[in-house]
Write a protein that binds this ligand. Structure first.
Ligand code: G3I
Length: 389
């Protein structure tokens, strides 16, 4: 599945990989997956197989409407990725649309799929201001419920959900997007109910009680850039660590855009890791200006693809360079299913993922494939989830 244009580069990739033929089976190196069983499950040149060699999980957000019903989508999800994140179906709005009645069906199906395909699951997300059921809040900032009710509801939500999936979740995004871009705490119903950021420590403690083995993450966007928001989250997690709150990691969403400069990502990953935390890139996509619908995934500038290749490559390499960076997760893999064109429509942006609308890999995919192939010298990750068993 490697594009012919890379054949010269692959000669050196093969040498660097110590004899591993990218389209054949892997050689038995320390940390590498067993060649036979791996070859039987997914191609040796898949992103997941190449990630295995440095213990880096390559993930994807999954649209469960397509999983199982769309054969190509389903095959790519299984073959290319070693971890999955439900794009929507573990959010409060979906799991408890009616107060007191849980619907775990879609999330359960994804967990079963992941087990069958030897993938780990990133649970997303327990505490957020968005995609709440309307009985709780219609906008995440206002509610008719009292502070005491909200506190009891959040505790029950976290404990019920984490217990339901106990043992099946590798990393939980416990709290998502608690800060605004100006570095101030977001004035959500949770912030208001607690009269401050105290809800965050409580959320981590409740989640840890419910599943002591799951890795618990704080997750947010724009942490990639050094600035007030990244600094505010840094101060928060440092304080949580100092209070011995059970937080294990920080997720850098990584929603990148070629109109902005590439962020100081590696340094930011490293400074959070230096606090004694794991880090992960959790929702990567690289959008660019595109044509009007129905061509919303065709870049207006024919050279945009080169910038996108570069951003994808640098985002991956930043993770590879930081030993504590344990997973790299694009936010989906087919442009047709991306949230970007619907959200950024004036001016129109899109073309943000690794596969096009027909689920064909784009040049960005091959760049990541080659980067991973050449990454044999990157530090190997260790600990829960590293590599394959
Ligand atoms: O399921 C309903 C469907 O029944 C209805 O007909 C349709 C009409 O609009 O809406 C459907 O729900 C949509 C849902 O995605 C499922 O497709 C919601 O409107 C839409 O708002 C929702 O968007 C999701 C968004 O989070 C919500 O904020 C995106 O798919 C999802 O990619 C996005 O993911 C977030 C991460 O969770 C957190 N970080 C940012 C990231 C991008 O916004």
């Amino acid at each position: 599945m490697l594009r012919p244009a890379l054949s010269i580069g692959l000669v050196s990739a093969t040498v660097l990989l110590g004899g591993m033929a990218l389209t054949g089976s892997a050689s038995a190196e320390p940390g590498a997956a067993p060649a036979q069983s791996q070859a039987a499950r997914y191609p040796a040149d898949s992103l997941r197989a190449l990630g295995d060699r440095v213990g880096l999980r390559i993930g994807t957000a999954v649209n469960t409407d397509e999983l199982g019903s769309n054969a190509d989508y389903t095959r790519i999800t299984a073959e290319q990725f070693s971890s999955v994140t439900p794009e929507n179906v573990m959010k409060w709005q979906l799991v408890e649309p009616t107060r007191g009645t849980y619907d775990w069906a879609a999330a359960d199906r994804l967990v079963a799929f992941a087990k069958k395909n030897k993938q780990l699951v990133r649970g997303h997300t327990l505490v957020w201001h968005s995609q709440l059921p309307t009985w709780l809040s219609s906008d995440g900032y206002t509610t008719t419920l009292s502070n005491d009710e909200l506190k009891a509801l959040l505790k029950k939500h976290i404990q019920d959900q984490v217990k339901h999936f106990k043992g099946d979740i590798w990393q939980w995004d416990v709290v998502n997007e608690a800060f605004d871009d100006d570095g101030q705490p977001r004035q959500t119903i949770w912030y208001k109910a607690w009269g401050g950021l105290g809800y965050i420590a409580d959320a981590f403690r409740w989640a840890h009680e419910a599943d002591p083995k799951a890795l618990l993450f704080y997750n947010d966007y724009n942490l990639e850039f050094t600035g007030v928001k990244s600094n505010a989250v840094y101060d928060l997690v440092r304080s949580l660590k100092a209070q011995r709150v059970p937080i294990d990691g920080v997720g850098f969403q990584g929603h990148l855009d070629t109109q902005y400069g590439f962020p100081d990502l590696q340094n930011n990953l490293q400074r959070f890791a230096d606090l004694g935390l794991k880090v992960a890139e959790t929702e990567v996509d690289v959008r660019t200006f595109t044509q009007a619908p129905p061509n919303e995934n065709t870049p207006t500038n024919p050279l945009a693809g080169y910038a996108q290749e570069s951003y994808w490559s640098r985002a991956l390499k930043a993770c590879l360079a930081v030993r504590e960076c344990i997973s790299f997760t694009p936010w989906g893999f087919g442009d047709t299913y991306s949230w970007i064109p619907g959200w950024f429509d004036n001016p129109q942006e899109g073309a943000a993922l690794l596969y096009d609308g027909n689920l064909q890999p784009k040049s960005q995919y091959y760049v990541l494939q080659q980067d991973l192939a050449l990454a044999a010298g990157a530090p190997h990750r260790s600990g829960p989830g590293a590599g394959h068993n």
